[in-house]
Ligand binder design. Structure first.
Ligand code: NAP
Length: 335
């Protein structure tokens, strides 16, 4: 068993974790980033990225993550690949246990384990991802300018995505498996008032229709959930918006989670319920979920963590300075 110790331990290697690492390394903290089963995070499964600032040309998600990792390593980050199976946040240094037996210790811990979009899980879905099927309208809606699009789901995300897509598309259809939405009332009102959005109630997607060749998605096969009747809806793009899974199972019982499993942070900071443990990126964000917001909160986490350490070290210095004084006082008292 090898114990790896660092002042700042970062779990997760998406834009949040790597941005935290860049800031921590440049502050001389020699961070360790433990990357799990999907190094680079969600961006490594996307293709074209057009909304990350600084690049006038379309860039590729995996390339962007390689650049972030190279930058993090260049300034002094140590990257390790391991699957963390256990945590101890009851005392500092915090400990993460790797499945091969290695232990990672950090005076502070930054959790940047991200989230995964939920998918419908039907056969044609995997084949059509990136060819007309997406789980992020903010990321990919722009590619469907002037085209017909559909959103699947009935929660806040689905309704927000449908409303967002009206910026690009004159014809948006929201497909929901029941006859009432889960989304907040105000969003429902906006949705129903929008002339460019049609809602198809009681429908589930039975298949994504491939137009063949370079055509990509051309339609959705739908099934009525009350009658079983089938129909086909012509569409150029489909956005699956049925929720996300934040990657927080490891931390359940160790740090506070909200009802959806996300890590709540104190507003305006990345502080979690455990002093010295910080959370950034999608694991703490159910609203924005963008690479650039993840990178931004990663930077915040590194700065919050640095300040926490500085305050803790200042406190222990003061404690150390008090010690000889106390000894002197005790010596004088015993005279
Ligand atoms: P959600 O509230 O869990 O809603 C998921 C929707 O997808 C539900 O309508 C559900 O249908 C549907 N669905 C789930 N599995 C499905 C399947 N296999 N096939 C078809 N439909 C399926 O997820 P969310 O909208 O992503 O929101 C998650 C959390 O983030 C919520 O707490 C939400 O309030 C919050 N959020 C907040 C904001 C904001 O504050 N602006 C924005 C986005 C999200 P049923 O209704 O039938 O279950």
């Amino acid at each position: 068993m090898t114990v790896h110790h660092t002042r700042m331990l970062i779990l997760g290697s998406g834009p949040a974790g790597l941005s935290a690492a860049i800031y921590a390394a440049r502050a001389g903290m020699n961070p360790i980033v433990v990357q799990g089963i999907q190094p680079g995070g969600q961006l490594t499964t996307t293709t074209d990225v057009e909304n990350y600032p600084g690049f006038a040309d379309v860039i590729q998600g995996p390339w962007l993550m390689e650049q972030m990792q190279a930058q993090a390593e260049h300034v002094g980050t140590r990257m390790v690949w391991d699957t963390v199976t256990g945590v101890d946040l009851t005392r500092r240094p915090f400990r993460l246990n790797g499945d091969g037996g290695d232990v990672y210790e950090g005076d502070v811990l930054v959790i940047a384990t991200g989230a995964q979009a939920k998918w419908l899980g039907i056969d044609s879905e995997e084949a059509m991802k990136g060819k007309g099927v997406s789980a992020c309208a903010t990321c990919d809606g722009f590619f469907y300018r002037g085209k017909k699009v559909a959103v699947i789901g009935g929660g806040n995300t689905a309704v927000e995505e449908a409303l967002y897509l009206t910026n690009h598309s004159p014809d948006v259809t929201l497909i929901h498996r029941r006859d009432s939405l889960r989304a907040e009332r105000i969003l429902q009102e906006r949705l129903h008032a929008h002339p460019g959005i049609t809602v198809l109630w009681n429908r589930e997607v039975a298949g994504f229709v491939d137009g063949g060749g370079t055509a990509g998605l051309v339609g959705l096969d739908l099934r009525d959930t009350t009658t079983g009747e089938t129909s086909r809806l012509a569409t150029d793009g489909a956005f699956v918006a049925i929720g996300h899974h934040p990657a927080t199972e490891l931390f359940r019982g160790h740090v506070d989670l909200d009802d959806d499993g996300y890590i709540p942070v104190q507003p305006g900071t990345t502080r979690t319920s455990v002093p010295g443990v910080f959370a950034c990126g999608d694991v703490a964000d159910k609203v924005y979920r963008q690479a650039v917001t993840a990178a931004g909160t990663g930077c915040m986490a590194a700065l919050d963590a640095e300040r926490f350490l500085a305050a803790a070290e200042h406190e222990s210095d003061r404690e150390a300075m008090r010690e000889p004084l106390r000894e002197k006082e005790n010596a004088e008292a015993s005279w």
